[in-house]
Design a protein around this ligand. Structure first.
Ligand SMILES: [Zn+2]
Length: 338
């Protein structure tokens, strides 16, 4: 008994969200050679060299026990004499990510946002602007997933009176305030997400949608031990694994599976998880806009399911035509049900 790609495309059955969580590894996987202008994506362990911060770090006169950027930043933060250096550092980091740009051709980020529906969520730890840029250039034609920024983001501004979030530098539609950028860097010892109103709202939403999710995909997020509060928040939101025995947990990561299993064991029920080393092997890339239907067919109907891989090499015109066939069915089903 098999469900063909054609049959899958014609089904719209899932109302629950697929939640995707992105870490630095996702942007690195998308752009291993850098962004449109060759600007390299840093990881926490090579952050200093990638951004060229060595001289600034030397000027602090401190000795750092590790090369992990978050640890280094925390130590600088704790020393009030280093305020000027800290502010300079924050400005450089902000500027580095602010100037990043998606290449002109379709990228992994375009494929990712086009492959999920409006009921779905992408929550990112990344400061880079790629997710927003991908939403912007595909969003006029497609209903896309909603996004959450768990550590702030260079493209996002926020009304200081708490009304809205929107494009950095835009205006609040309630009060006319200029939407101001959020701080990107927090000392890890004090990474208390609840203290920042914008960030805490993002986490509260994630917590709520995780309770209802049928599937979670963790893409390139290393879950650093330095960020214990993030893991704790995710764990609380996910709840007891014994109550989530039917939900699927997918990890896209290049690390060894044993490593990953250990990191994510509080989230993984014995059977329902899988590890892929490439986004293009994932549920999302093989069942675009139908991950929920594929999941129901496989786990509830016990059917074999045929893959419907997204056209990875297509230019925008062809890509949009391909996804539009999927969206047309979504629209038709919605009209029939309303
Ligand atoms: Zn306002």
């Amino acid at each position: 008994m098999e469900v063909s790609a054609e049959e899958e495309i014609n089904q719209i059955k899932m109302g629950k969200p697929h939640v995707v969580i992105l870490g630095a590894g996702a942007s690195y996987a998308a752009f291993p050679d850098g962004d449109k202008n060759g600007r390299k994506l840093p990881l926490m362990k090579n952050f200093i060299e990638t951004l060229g911060l060595e001289e600034l770090i030397t000027r602090t006169g401190l000795n750092f026990p590790s090369s992990n950027f978050e640890n280094i930043y925390s130590l600088i933060y704790e020393d009030s004499k280093l305020l000027d250096i800290r502010e300079e550092l924050e400005a450089i980091v902000y500027g580095y990510f602010r100037n990043m740009e998606l290449p002109d051709e379709p990228t992994l980020y375009d494929h990712l946002v086009l492959s999920l529906r409006n009921k779905d969520f992408i929550a990112t730890f990344n400061w880079d602007p790629f997710l927003i840029q991908a939403i912007r250039r595909n969003g006029a034609k497609f209903k896309l997933p909603r996004v959450l920024f768990l550590h702030g983001n260079v493209e996002v501004g926020y009304c200081v009176d708490g009304h809205v979030m929107g494009n950095n530098g835009g205006f609040c539609r309630h009060c006319g305030n200029i939407l101001t950028p959020k701080k990107l860097l927090y000392p890890i010892g004090e990474k208390n997400y609840h203290l920042d109103e914008f960030i805490s709202r993002q986490w509260a939403t994630l917590e709520d949608v995780l309770k209802h999710a049928f599937m979670v995909t963790i893409f390139g997020y290393g879950a650093p031990t330095s960020d214990a509060s993030a893991i704790k928040l995710l764990k609380n939101a996910w709840g007891n694994i014994n109550n989530r025995s039917m939900e699927e947990f997918e990890i896209i990561d290049t690390r060894e599976e044993d490593d990953l299993r250990e990191t994510w064991s509080p989230f993984i029920h014995t059977h329902h998880y899988r590890v892929e080393n490439s986004f293009y092997n994932s549920w999302i890339a093989n069942h675009p806009r139908r991950t929920g239907e594929a999941y129901l067919n496989q786990f509830y109907e016990a059917m074999f399911i045929e893959n419907n891989p997204l056209p990875k090499k297509a230019g925008f015109q062809e890509l949009w035509e391909w996804y539009n066939k999927l969206q047309e069915i979504e629209v038709a089903v919605q009209m029939a049900n309303s």
